[in-house]
Structure formats: structure tokens, C-alpha cells
Design a protein around this ligand. Structure first.
Ligand code: ATP
Length: 353
């Protein structure tokens, strides 16, 4: 079995609210192997970005504890100088909005050259040629012209390709992609996902893919971690998660995907939102307030993630008592996962109404 590339143990990230710290990431454990895509999925406010930012040491005002083991170092113990060397080098990040990742005042080629220079790869003349090669590699037509352009002169899809070129410039071992296609048109989204998958295969990198979009998960992930209110509530290989989901939250997310049978019909949605950090009961099951028809006896006190099948973990026993009236046809789901065709891009969220 391949070695873990990244091992996250008991990661806890707390933000200060009215003078008190509250965890937004609460005792999270996860592993990513080489050449594996782990998707971290959950609705807005569940703690996905806070997790990614903590791994990269980008939370200067938060209190972060636990271990983030990467290449035999605990990244949380690194100073800023060491982290700068790792960021953009062995670990790269792709963010949702390419405009915030790029410097609007700098030509594209200088932004790529900068990352190559920081990480000291190749001689100057080689770096310049490699810049064009990278733009070509991410599918940018006429790369010499784009190299001399400023970010605002490019379309959103082209800008995201540039961000990806910068991300892969130093052949990272780990890629963290936080909603990499959310800001793009649907047709461009598919191209960018294909590109990330292709490059990841080439480099053999591990990927942490953060998304609220189950269509993206089905297309890209090998394993999935479902996050709710700062905790992972279910983790499983992708096919197992889509065909045999257990946690009520996972099942609600899946059930809000339009299936062929349900299209045009009514989708089952769970009311409510992720609770605010300073307003949640941290001792009980955090999803309990959104499934009030399930009695307190069905939930555990301080529920832990437990393995229910090889590689499949679930938090809290309430899943044993949870039913959905119009739950998704499993055969339809299996067929669509096999075909890599989850087209519910718009439906993959729990209702906020
Ligand atoms: N800098 C901060 N200070 C205080 N609270 C924060 C800060 N950043 C995030 N939070 C809170 O932490 C929780 C998790 O936020 P986070 O952005 O990680 O969620 P998310 O799952 O990534 O959502 P989204 O998809 O909307 O980005 C939320 O309650 C959010 O309000």
C-alpha cells in the first residue's frame, strides 16, 4: 500500500468571537496518499476552507493545534520562512477566484517566473522557456502572447489555467484545490476539472479537493470526507459514499441532487443551516437540530467517527434511525457514478430556507 503523503491528526482551528475561541475545525483526522484525490465536501460554513488554510499555515489570527505531517515534518511547527518554501513548492493551492490569486499589476510571465525563482528551479534562460511550456501545458493557446498579458486581459477560464500553471510549476507533491471551478461557467468548469485530473495523473500528486458540488466529487474523487459543523461526519471511497451513504447529512446532500426520476419532481430538502461557531452544542450530535423528528435516544453523546465497513466511517448512531421518503434510487445512483455522470451541479446542497 502506498505511503501517506499527508497525515492530519486532531487538527483543531479556533476563531475568536467576543473574546472567546470557538473551533471551526474540530479534531479533524485525514490521510491522503500519493496519486489520490480526497474530496472534502459540505455546505457553506462547515469548515472546509478553514481546514485548507490551516494545512497551509495561512491562518494568522486563529489558534491552530494538532499535527499536519508532510514529508516527515509537522507543518504546524514550521516557521513562516519554511512554510514559504513549501507553499508553491511541494504543496500548491488553487483557489476559487483566480483574480484574487493573481497580481493584477504583474504580467503573467512574471508571476510564473516569480514562483520558479522563489523555488530556485533552473537557470534564468531555462525558466523563461519553461514559463511558455507551462502555459502551453495547461491548454493556453498562443502562450507567448498570454505570457505578456495582464490578468484582466484574460477570461475567467484562462485566468484559472494560469493559476494552475503556477500551481504545477514546481511539480507539487500535494495540490489543495478550494472550489477551483465554482466561479467559472459550466462548460469551462468541466475543462478545468479534466485539466486538474490530467496533471494530477502526470505528477502523481495527492489532491485535497474542496467543494460543495457533488457532481465534481463524483467526477474527480477517489475518497470523500463529508464535513458538517467543523467535524468529518462520514468518510468513504467515492463509490461507496454515493451508493451506500449512511449519515443523515450525507444522505440529505445526495438526496438534494436531481436524479432522472426526480427531475421535475420535488426534491427532499432538510431545513436549516450550519450553526454559528458560538451557538452550537458541541457535546451532542451536531446535525440533531436539523432532524428533530429523530429522538434524542438515537444520538450519541460526543459521537466519534466509527468504521462500519473497510474504509467507511460514520459519526453518531442516528444514521440507524434516519429515513427519507423519496430517497434516491440506488440503481440510478450506481449507474451514474459508473458513468462518471453526476449532473446535479445546482442541486447539491441542503436547503437554507
Ligand atoms: N477569520 C474568521 N474569523 C471568525 N470566524 C471565521 C473565520 N473564518 C471562518 N470563520 C467561521 O468558521 C466557520 C467555517 O468557515 P469556512 O469558511 O471554513 O467554511 P466553508 O465550509 O469553507 O464554507 P464556504 O464554502 O462558504 O467557504 C464558519 O462558521 C465561519 O463563519
Amino acid at each position: 500500500m502506498a505511503k501517506h503523503l499527508l497525515e492530519v491528526n486532531n487538527l483543531t482551528t479556533s476563531f475568536k468571537i467576543d473574546g472567546e475561541y470557538f473551533p471551526a475545525v474540530d479534531d479533524v483526522n485525514m490521510r491522503i496518499r500519493e496519486n489520490e484525490v480526497l474530496a472534502l465536501v459540505g455546505e457553506s460554513g462547515s469548515g472546509k476552507s478553514a481546514t485548507a488554510f490551516s494545512l497551509m499555515g495561512l491562518h494568522s489570527h486563529a489558534r491552530v493545534s494538532g499535527e499536519v505531517l508532510f514529508q516527515e515534518q509537522d507543518l504546524l511547527k514550521n516557521n513562516e520562512r519554511k512554510m514559504n518554501k513549501i507553499r508553491g513548492g511541494n504543496i500548491a493551492m488553487i483557489f476559487q477566484d483566480p483574480m484574487t490569486a493573481l497580481n493584477p499589476l504583474m504580467k503573467i510571465k512574471h508571476q510564473i517566473l516569480e514562483t520558479l525563482t522563489i523555488h530556485n528551479t533552473k537557470r534564468k534562460s531555462e525558466r523563461e522557456a519553461y514559463t511558455i511550456e507551462l502555459l502551453d501545458r495547461v491548454g493556453i493557446p498562443r502562450p507567448e502572447r498570454v505570457a505578456n498579458a495582464y490578468p484582466h486581459e484574460l477570461s475567467g477560464g484562462m485566468r484559472q489555467r494560469v493559476v494552475i500553471a503556477i500551481a504545477i510549476a514546481n511539480r507539487p507533491k500535494l495540490l489543495i484545490a478550494d472550489e477551483p471551478t465554482t466561479a467559472l461557467d459550466v462548460t469551462i468548469q468541466a475543462q478545468i476539472l479534466d485539466l486538474i485530473r490530467e496533471l494530477q495523473d502526470d505528477l502523481g500528486s495527492g489532491v485535497l479537493l474542496i467543494t460543495h458540488d457533488l457532481g465534481v466529487v463524483a467526477e474527480m474523487a477517489d475518497r470523500v470526507a463529508v464535513m458538517y459543523a467543523g467535524q468529518i461526519v462520514e468518510m468513504a471511497p467515492v463509490k461507496e459514499l454515493f451508493t451506500n451513504p449512511q449519515h443523515p447529512y450525507t444522505r440529505s446532500l445526495l438526496n438534494s441532487l436531481p436524479s432522472e426520476e426526480l427531475l421535475g419532481g420535488k426534491l427532499h430538502v432538510i431545513q436549516g443551516v450550519v450553526p454559528a461557531l458560538n451557538k452550537m452544542d458541541r457535546d451532542g450530535c451536531r446535525f440533531a437540530p436539523r432532524i428533530p423528528w429523530i429522538g434524542p435516544e438515537a444520538h450519541e453523546h460526543k459521537p466519534e467517527l466509527r468504521e462500519i465497513a473497510p474504509g467507511h466511517q460514520v459519526r453518531c448512531t442516528c444514521y440507524k434511525n434516519f429515513y427519507l421518503d423519496n430517497s434516491i434510487d440506488q440503481k440510478d445512483m450506481e449507474r451514474r457514478v459508473e458513468a462518471g455522470q453526476m449532473d446535479g451541479k445546482k442541486g447539491a446542497s441542503v436547503s437554507n430556507e
